[in-house]
Design a protein around this ligand. Structure first.
Ligand code: NAD
Length: 278
């Protein structure tokens, strides 16, 4: 039976440590969240992030902009936040409405305040092996593997999904830790052929129960990133019930990568406060 990669408990430990640290600071670290439009999932995520900030002593402010906000207004807001000394991190919740160029808006965020690691500069730095500003979900995935002392170097890691938010940065972080990395995506024929070779399998496809036991190598570490709305709740991308008997480690949904993502956002905010960005 697989060891549970308990993101809920691990994130709680991290939050406690961060709360201890922020208590000792002369001023509160500050996070500004920008939400454009009324995507219900985005609103839920920002609500959770704000609530968790308060719990660990991080000041948070939210900027709700209407769906029809134009790019220039958004850029003006970000420039104002770049200049605001009480704000150390800026989070631009994605996705943005289609009429706004996402990367142009992200790239206005000051490198020193890039808590999500989505600016072009941070993406390039990660590719070059510098992890000063890495996206929160990949960072949470790696932290979970490290917490459970799962060896990464020289192992074969297979990442299912190639988004800029999860798949690609996770693959880069695994590569930085000397894993041999394979990236699979929606055009990969015979996905199981690859996943069965994985010592570490990260699944971020957004397809409920895409990965079943016969696609998992005996003893592998399986990290399920998926959050899918299904009848009666939320399901991951991995069929947890069938895979738990075969994997060596497995993360649940909920209670796996989700809470780790939020904890990493708080940690990144504190790092920006300390000026760790290089
Ligand atoms: P995305 O839609 O941007 O990317 C999905 C990726 O999966 C694509 O690269 C696509 O090629 C690949 N894919 C789709 N179907 C596939 C298939 N059948 N076989 C192989 N590859 C396939 O999504 P994303 O933003 O990367 O998010 C992925 C999942 O992770 C979603 O369920 C999302 O809700 C979840 N997510 C969770 C967290 C968290 O904190 N737990 C954070 C971000 C995203």
């Amino acid at each position: 039976m697989a060891i549970l990669l308990d993101g809920k408990a691990t994130a709680e430990k991290i939050r406690k440590r961060l709360a201890e640290e922020t208590k000792k600071l002369p001023e509160k670290p500050g996070l500004a969240a920008i939400l454009v439009g009324s995507n219900p999932a985005s609103k839920i995520y920002v609500d959770i992030k704000e609530k968790t900030c308060k719990e660990v002593g991080i000041y948070s402010e939210r900027h709700n902009l209407p769906e029809n906000t134009d790019g220039k207004e958004l850029i003006a807001l970000i420039e104002g936040l770049n200049a605001k000394s009480s704000i150390h991190g800026i989070l631009l919740q994605l996705p943005l409405p289609g009429h706004i160029n996402t990367q142009t808006a992200l790239d206005i965020i000051s490198p020193a305040k890039d808590v999500d690691g989505f600016t072009s500069r941070s993406v390039a730095k990660l590719a070059a092996g510098n992890e000063d500003n890495v996206p929160c979900t990949p960072k949470g995935i790696i932290r979970l593997l490290e917490e459970y002392k799962i060896p990464i170097a020289s192992r074969h890691a297979v990442v299912v999904g190639r988004s800029m938010i999860v798949g690609k940065p996770t693959a880069a972080m695994l590569l930085n830790r000397n894993a041999t990395v394979t990236i699979c995506h929606s055009k990969t024929p015979d996905l199981g052929n690859y996943t069965r070779q994985a010592d570490i399998l990260i699944v971020a496809a957004g397809k409920p129960k895409l990965v079943t036991a016969e696609m998992v190598k005996q003893g592998a570490a399986v990290v399920d990133v998926g959050i899918n709305k299904v009848d009666g709740g939320i399901a991951g991308d991995v069929d947890f019930e069938s895979c738990k008997g075969k994997a060596g480690w497995i993360s649940p949904v909920p209670g796996g990568v989700g809470p780790m993502t939020v904890a990493m956002l708080l940690e990144n905010t504190l790092n920006c406060y300390k000026g760790i960005e290089g």
